[in-house]
Design a protein around this ligand. Structure first.
Ligand code: ADP
Length: 388
C-alpha cells in the first residue's frame, strides 16, 4: 500500500510517501516556514533533491503543494497516516479519523499545544480536500497507554489528577514500537526485556517486556527524563516555584528556558548538537566535557531504572541520531554500565551501517544493538492495518 505519512508542526509539515510492502520511499520533504515570509519546500522526489520556493500562508496551501509535488511520482496515494504528538487519555492505539477521533486530538491539545492543534487542522484539511482517501491518527503516546498504573501515576491529589488528566504519557512511542518489532524479528524472538534508547535531539528510554511498555522516561510532556539537546530533563519540580518567586521569571519564560535553552546547549555553552559538544570536549573545553558526562551519566542511570521496572533486562537498543551514530557516546554509556555486565566490542561499535546490528561481546550480560528507527514505516504499517 502506498501511504503518505504527514508530520505537521505549527510552522512546518514533513511528508513521506512510501510503500508498506517494500519500504521504498518514493518522495519525502519538508514544508518550512508555513505562515512566515520565505517559505519553501525541500524535497526528494524519485531520488532527486529539489527546493521549491512557494508562498505558504497556511497549512491548507502547504498540503495543496505537497499533493501537486507528489503527482510527479508514479505511486498513487492510497491512504494517509498522521503523526500526532499527544493522544492523551483517548488513544491506546492508532485510529481511523472520524469526527469523534479528530475531536479527541483537539480535546487533549492543551497537553501539546505547539503540535496537536496544527496536526488536527492538517487532518481536517486532508479529509476535506481528498474525501476519497482514508486518514489514520498515529499518536506518539499510544504505545505507553497501557503502562502499569504504578508507572504512569503521579503521587498528586486524585481530584487534580482526574480533572486535569495529569499522568505520565511518554513520547517517541512509535519509534519504541518500531524498535521492539525490529529487534524481535532480528533476534528471532530471543529478546524479552528490552530497553529501547531513543537518543536524538529529544531523547527517551522505554522499558519493553514482550512487546508491552512497562515504563518510559518522558512524562506528562517530553521535558522529563534524560538531558536532551535543549531540554533540561528531570529536575526538582520546586525549581519552577523558586525561579518564579525569586528570579521574577514568568511561567512562559521558565517554560522556554527549560525546553529551548537548557540541556547540552546550556551546559556546554557551545551547541545543542552532540557532535559539536564532543568535538569541544576533545579540544579541551571543560564545559563540553561536563555536558558529555552528565548526558552519559543520566542515560546509564535511567537505563538501570528501566531495567528495574521489568525486574531485569536482556537487550539494550540504541536508536535515533545520537544512538545510531555516536560510537563515542555508546561506548561511554557502556563503560558506566560495566557493573551490570554490559560489554561492547569496540570494532563492532565502530561499524557504520543502516542495518540492525549487535555491538556487544558474546560474553556481555546484556545484548547491545544499534537499530535505525523508522517511524514513518511504522505509521504507514498502521495505516495499512486499519485501511488496507
Ligand atoms: P530529532 O529527530 O529529534 O531532531 P535526531 O534523531 O536527528 O533528532 O538526532 C539529532 C542528534 O543526533 C544531534 O545531537 C546530532 O549531533 C546527533 N547526530 C546525528 N548524526 C550524528 C553523527 N553522525 N555522529 C554523532 N551524532 C550524530
Amino acid at each position: 500500500m502506498n501511504v503518505l505519512v504527514i508530520n505537521a508542526g505549527s510552522s512546518s509539515l514533513k511528508f513521506q510517501l512510501l510503500d508498506t510492502q517494500t519500504g521504498t520511499v518514493f518522495a519525502k520533504g519538508n514544508c518550512e516556514r508555513i505562515g512566515i515570509d520565505g517559505s519553501f519546500i525541500g524535497y526528494t522526489l524519485n531520488g532527486e533533491k529539489g527546493t521549491l520556493e512557494v508562498e505558504m500562508p497556511d497549512h491548507r496551501t502547504a498540503v495543496g503543494h505537497v499533493f501537486d509535488l507528489l503527482k510527479g511520482v508514479d505511486a498513487p496515494i492510497e491512504g494517509i497516516g498522521h503523526r500526532v504528538v499527544q493522544g492523551g487519555w483517548y488513544f491506546p492505539e492508532s485510529a481511523v479519523v472520524t469526527d469523534e477521533t479528530l475531536g479527541w486530538v483537539r480535546e487533549v491539545a492543551p497537553l501539546a499545544p505547539l503540535h496537536n492543534y496544527a496536526e488536527a487542522d492538517v487532518i481536517e484539511i486532508c479529509r476535506d480536500m481528498f474525501p476519497d482517501l482514508g486518514n489514520v491518527i498515529v499518536p506518539d503516546t499510544a504505545f505507553h497507554y497501557n503502562m502499569p498504573e504504578h508507572a504512569w501515576r503521579y503521587a498528586l491529589p486524585r481530584d487534580v489528577v482526574d480533572k486535569y488528566h495529569v499522568r505520565k504519557y511518554g513520547a517517541h512511542g512509535t519509534s519504541h514500537r518500531y524498535i521492539w518489532r525490529t529487534v524481535n524479528e532480528f533476534l528471532g524472538g530471543e529478546a524479552h526485556k528490552v530497553v529501547s534508547c531513543h537518543l536524538g535531539s529529544g531523547a527517551s528510554l522505554c522499558a519493553i517486556e514482550d512487546g508491552r511498555c512497562k515504563d518510559t522516561t518522558m512524562g506528562l510532556t517530553p521535558l522529563d527524563g534524560l538531558i536532551m539537546g535543549t531540554r533540561c530533563g528531570t529536575l526538582d519540580p520546586a525549581t519552577v516555584f523558586y525561579l518564579y518567586r525569586e528570579a521574577g521569571m514568568s511561567i512562559d519564560e521558565i517554560d522556554t528556558m527549560m525546553n529551548k535553552q537548557s540541556g547540552l546547549l546550556a551546559v556546554s555553552g557551545v551547541s545543542s548538537d552532540s557532535r559539536d559538544v564532543i568535538a569541544g570536549m576533545e579540544e579541551g573545553n571543560n564545559d563540553c566535557k561536563v555536558a558529555v558526562e552528565m548526558f552519559t551519566y543520566r542515560v546509564a542511570q535511567l537505563f538501570a531504572e528501566m531495567a528495574a521496572s521489568m525486574e531485569g533486562v536482556d537487550t539494550m537498543v540504541y536508536t535515533a541520531g545520537i544512538g545510531e551514530n555516536s560510537d563515542y557516546l555508546r561506548a561511554a554509556v557502556a563503560e558506566r554500565l560495566g557493573w551490570m555486565g554490559v560489554k561492547i566490542d569496540p570494532e563492532l561499535n565502530a561499524v557504520r551501517s543502516d542495518d540492525p546490528r549487535v555491538i556487544s561481546t558474546p560474553d556481555s550480560a546484556i545484548k547491545v544493538l544499534v537499530v535505525p528507527t523508522n517511524e514513518e514505516l511504522m505509521i504507514a504499517l498502521d495505516v495499512e492495518a486499519l485501511l488496507g
